[in-house]
Structure formats: structure tokens, C-alpha cells
Design a protein around this ligand. Structure first.
Ligand code: SAH
Length: 383
């Protein structure tokens, strides 16, 4: 294991945290909502469409952070927008930079709730992991987010605002033609994206819009714990890549790890994957499988996984369990993970073992948020 340098902790940016959100946030509004907004500001009907196109390009292609930068809008409209609207991103509470290049942000929303976002760079590109909910209702036994009490859906603007903020931080605007620092999005942060389908799809549709950010649906992966009824809708309307958090090969173990399984058991889930409309050999479904010592990591489990997935265009991501304080599980040994992978490989499946990234910055879901709560609680006790 390479030794990791001490992670650097950046203090909250006073400018970010001091900015109070006011008026209507335009981020995340579909074009129709923007049309209504500019019409409401008194823009003549015949100009509204053009103004919306201009706004759209400034917001989503250039990535500007203030209406004053929108030079072709006209002074009067800029002033009205300044008075009644904003294009605020979530604010940054904490930035953690890992020695391996991973960046993790704890973000604060306008109502004070906090969520996490992670950037994972690779050689010539990078993935951004964004959240879909504050907390999560699914209570997966090995996941730290499930232990958090507060849950609400993020709005489309809060989902999209995470992406826009990451581009601000990484200096990845205007919308680059070639090399982008954020080349893929994974909906694998806090929350279950299919339980917040409408807002997630509104945000992703804006991200995919060809006049704006223009990421392709192939660059976006949505991860679900297996909300079967919404999977079909996702495949039909959104058509992004699908990742399924399988984690176990029989209902007894999966009922324990992913309680949603009691509602939608493995057989039903695998059938929904077989029916997922855009799954084919060049766009395989990813099955996530967290490696938990002596829970789901035996050779029999691996063989059963091969049997379950037979005939499905699939690849399997083996995820070493990322432990958190008080977690009731341990990560499988490297040997056991390698043996598990080789059975899958021998059956013809790609089964990469996910390299732990950002271990020095508590990259397991939910850890940063609870650490920040603890620090604040101890600050209160000491003051
Ligand atoms: N609700 C969605 C997306 C959020 S979790 C889902 O369940 O797919 C993203 C992935 O991280 C899921 O596969 C989840 O099971 C996994 N995960 C959560 N906590 C983990 C941990 N401590 N170690 C390893 N993987 C974890």
C-alpha cells in the first residue's frame, strides 16, 4: 500500500458561506420555466425565446456565476434578474483533497442541510459522484448514509448545482469541446436516485441538453439499490447507463444488506435488468458488489452470481467495503476478493476490483457529513 500524505483540510470559504440565496434560483428550471420567468419580468413576448436561449448558454455553456457577466442580455434585464433571481450553487462547507487526487466536498444547501460530492480523477478524465437526496431511507446495513436521521429529496437545481459547482472549482468552464475534467457523472452519492426520479431526470436532461453542458447519456450512470418499478421508466425516458447495487446472490443475505430486497426480491430485480431497454453488449449493466468478509464473498457466492447473470450484458464492480466507525462488517481479504474476481473472469465477465480512492479523506458515503457534525458538536461543548 502506498503511504498517503496527510489530507489537506480547507477552511470554509467565507465568500461562499456568506452568500445568502435570495429570489428564484434559475438553475434546474426547464426552458419552459425560464420562459415563464422572463415573461414575468416584462420581456416582450417576441423576445422571450431568444432571452431564454441566451440565458441557457451563459448558465450551462459558459458557466457564469453572475447575471452581470451576461453581456448580451441588456442592462435592464440584467438588473431585473439581479433583483428577483439568482444562479447560486450550493455553498462549500469543507473541501478535502486526497493525496491521490480525489476531492471530497461537504456542501450546504440553502436550507442548511448538508450533502456530499466527490471528484475522482483518472489519467485523462474524471468522474463526479453526486447526491440525489439528503440522507437515504433505504437503510442498507453496510452504508453509513442510512444511519443519518434527516431525509429529503434534492431539487433539480440542487442536483444540477452540484455539477456546476464542481466545474467552478475545477476550472472546467466554458463547456470544453475536447478534454473535460469531469467526463462522467455517477449518481452514486447520498440517496436513492430512483426515489427522486422526477428531479433527477430534470437535472440530467439539462446536463444532456446539446445547447448547454451536453454530456452524453453514455457518460452518465445512475446507481440504484433496485427500485424495480422506476427502473423501467428510467430506461425508457432517461436511457442513461444503469448500475445496480446487488451485493448478494440470495434473498436471505440481500434482505439483510439491502432491505429494499424484501419488497423487490432478486428474481424481480434481475428480470428488470434483463428488460432494461438500453442494455446491450456495448452498454452493459454494472452490478456493484460490496465485498464483506464471510457474508457474501465465498466461492459459492461467486458461482451463484455467474448463474444469476447468465445471458445478461453485465459487468461486475467489486467494491472493497469502506469501513466506518461502528460498522457491523469487515472488508474481505485481498485474497478472497481476487479469488471471487477470478471466478467471474473465468465465466467471461469483466469484474474489476475498485481501487479504494480517497481513503485518507473518509471517502465512504456519509462519513464526511457525520465527521463535520461531530466537530461542530465538540466545538459547541468547548465554547
Ligand atoms: N442508492 C443508490 C446509490 C447510492 S450508494 C444505490 O444503492 O445504488 C452508491 C454505492 O456505494 C452503492 O453500491 C452502495 O451500496 C455502495 N456503498 C455504500 N456504502 C458503502 C461502503 N461503506 N463501502 C462500499 N460501498 C458502499
Amino acid at each position: 500500500m502506498p503511504t498517503l500524505a496527510e489530507p489537506t483540510l480547507t477552511a470554509p470559504n467565507p465568500v461562499d458561506t456568506a452568500k445568502a440565496a435570495y429570489g428564484l434560483n434559475l438553475i434546474g428550471l426547464p426552458r419552459a420555466g425560464l420562459l415563464e420567468t422572463v415573461a414575468g419580468l416584462g420581456v416582450p413576448a417576441q423576445q422571450c425565446k431568444m432571452r431564454v436561449s441566451q440565458l441557457w448558454r451563459w448558465m450551462y455553456n459558459r458557466g457564469v456565476t453572475s447575471f452581470d457577466q451576461m453581456s448580451d442580455l441588456g442592462k435592464e434585464l440584467r438588473q431585473q434578474l439581479n433583483e428577483g433571481c439568482n444562479i447560486e450553487r450550493p455553498s462549500i462547507t469543507t473541501t478535502l483533497n486526497s493525496a491521490d487526487g480525489t476531492i471530497k466536498w461537504l456542501l450546504r444547501l440553502a436550507d442548511g442541510n448538508e450533502i456530499e460530492m466527490v471528484y475522482i480523477p483518472d489519467l485523462d478524465h474524471g468522474a463526479l459522484c453526486i447526491s440525489s437526496q439528503v440522507g437515504c431511507t433505504l437503510n442498507c446495513d453496510f452504508c453509513h448514509t442510512g444511519t443519518m436521521p434527516l431525509v429529503r429529496n434534492l431539487s433539480a437545481g440542487e442536483i444540477l448545482g452540484q455539477f456546476m459547482l464542481a466545474r467552478d472549482c475545477l476550472d472546467d468552464w466554458p463547456n470544453p469541446h475536447g478534454h473535460r475534467k469531469i467526463s462522467t457523472i455517477v449518481m452514486m452519492g447520498m440517496g436513492e436516485p430512483l426515489l427522486n426520479y422526477d428531479n433527477v431526470s430534470q437535472a440530467l436532461n439539462i446536463i444532456m441538453d446539446s445547447d448547454g453542458i451536453a454530456l452524453s447519456r453514455r457518460s452518465i450512470t445512475l446507481s440504484t439499490a433496485g427500485l424495480v418499478p422506476a427502473m423501467e421508466r428510467c430506461g425508457r425516458d432517461l436511457r442513461v447507463n444503469l448500475a445496480v447495487s446487488l451485493h448478494a446472490v440470495n434473498d436471505k443475505v440481500r434482505d439483510q444488506l439491502v432491505p429494499l430486497n424484501r419488497k423487490h426480491p432478486i428474481k424481480e430485480l434481475i428480470q428488470a435488468c434483463r428488460d432494461y431497454p438500453s442494455a446491450n453488449n456495448s452498454r452493459r449493466i454494472t452490478f456493484e458488489y460490496v465485498m464483506l468478509q464471510e457474508v457474501n464473498d465465498s466461492l459459492e457466492d461467486a458461482n451463484e452470481l455467474v448463474r444469476l447473470l447468465r445471458g445478461l450484458p453485465a459487468k461486475i464492480n467489486l467494491i472493497p467495503f469502506n469501513p466506518w466507525p461502528g460498522a457491523p462488517y469487515q472488508c474481505s481479504s485481498n485474497n478472497r476478493i481476487r479469488r471471487f474476481a477470478s471466478i467471474l473472469n473465468d465465466a467471461g465477465y469483466s469484474a474489476p476490483i475498485r481501487a479504494p480512492r480517497g481513503r485518507d479523506i473518509m471517502a465512504a458515503c456519509g462519513q464526511l457529513k457525520s465527521a463535520s457534525k461531530k466537530i461542530r458538536a465538540s466545538q459547541r461543548l468547548n465554547s
